[in-house]
Design a protein around this ligand. Sequence first.
Ligand code: AMP
Ligand code: GLY
Length: 434
Amino acid sequence: MRILVIGSGAREHALIWKIAQSKLTEKIFCAPGNGGISQQAECINIKSEDIFGLLEFARREKIDLTVVGPEVPLSMGIVDEFQKAGLKIFGPNKSAARLEASKVFSKELMAKYNVPTADFKVFDDPAAADKYIEEIGAPCVVKADGLAAGKGVVVAKSIEQAKQAVGAMMRDKVFGNAGNKIIIEECLKGQEASILVITDSKAVMALASAQDHKRVFDNDAGPNTGGMGAYSPAPIVTDQLLKEIMDKVIYRTIDGLAKEGIDYRGVLYAGIMLTKDGPKTLEFNVRFGDPETEAILPRLKSDLVEIMMAVSSGSLLRVGNFSWDKRACVCVVCAAGGYPGNYEKGKEIFGLDKVSAMKDVMVFQAGTSSRVINDLGQKREVEYRTNGGRVLGVTGLGETISEAIDKTYAAVKEISFEGMHYRTDIGKKANRGI
Ligand code: AMP
Ligand code: GLY
């Protein structure tokens, strides 16, 4: 099969790494891809939001399956357009993608179908939002309705901070139309876990649990990022807890969508807060999580292409339960100096050669560019440079979480680029069991 993957992060690199292992795969393309991906797939210079450019490419190149990484093309309706053209594509359609693209839609669906989540209110007027904040006090959480590249949530510790967030979103429009409506919700406490499932709207199969690390510095300090690391499995998600999350969150949501006439296909990602009153849903994403995917896919033994094809033809039940490597997996993100604030690009990355020889270690590249500097002789030499904020997802498998942590950090220590920083405590929470 000829497969097209859309996106340019470490998540897409991990997807391609896994897709390349399928006996069904003949050739992989990636739009637009990155430096690391270009070593495994043919990168094409089409942006992931250029739906018609991608559609034209898929038709011309006779693509058998397209896999969408990021949320923006899904929310723009790429799946609907490909399906109209008779092309197979993995992901939810535009109306199902509202689960991520509109937090108001998502919260109202949860309220209607009794999916546990934080108490909330929706506002389209900043003065009314300010008044409500005065009433409920702090802490509280302010969320922009629309997509804001992961920056649209403010967990406010004070009334002033909450009102500032309302002002930025609704008056100053820092996220454009995404802030036309906002949600103000109850602040939940607990550990977070990511539960991802794959569904063809009839069968629902859970992927292995994972935990993300959103803050930039050790011990969850500093500002939020796109994710500084992840591990899988998350021991806090026991079988019993997983069953409860499946029953109360996942099935109720997919059934609720079906009752609204929406057929959900693809990956559904629930961000869950494990509160003392049970699991509550923080958010839904309609795609693979990043960096969770980098820690989950190395543990998946089943054929991902077979799974995705089954989703697209509605025969996932026939694939049955997925099979998993029992080992633990840890992914540590190496970021550019300054990230998540301003950062420079173009720094040469050293040590990747050394790491590529390490057993059970994978480096999934995110913000990188590459250039072949020597294609002669036996050894092909490639130079990699930084080209984004999150640069690499260094990933290791081990018999235990501790072993996976040690392997991963041993690999991280071999890698360097000017300004590189990373968290040194990825996976520690799993061992503390809190
Ligand atoms: P979201 O984009 O909704 O996942 O929010 C991003 C992050 O904000 C989550 O991963 C949580 O850490 C935090 N968050 C979101 N909603 C709440 C809430 N109701 N209470 C506490 N923290 C929250
Ligand atoms: N890991 C968080 C996300 O993918 O949105």
